[in-house]
Design a protein around this ligand. Sequence first.
Ligand SMILES: [Cu+2]
Length: 69
Amino acid sequence: MTTNEFQVTGMSCGHCEASVRTEVAKIAGVEHIDVSAQTGRLVVSSSAPLLDADIVAAVDEAGYEAVRI
Ligand SMILES: [Cu+2]
């Protein structure tokens, strides 16, 4: 299991979290997603290593900006 942590800016509520979760879940290999609008933290667990760019693109698709931490 690989864990990828990001800081996401722009989320303010549960709907924001759900949007991010929905887009990130589309990435092949993603097994678990923790996302908090309160902290801006996004933790993505996967069976195989993921490309940071794919996660950043998914978060962008949801309307927010993610930076690897
Ligand atoms: Cu929101």
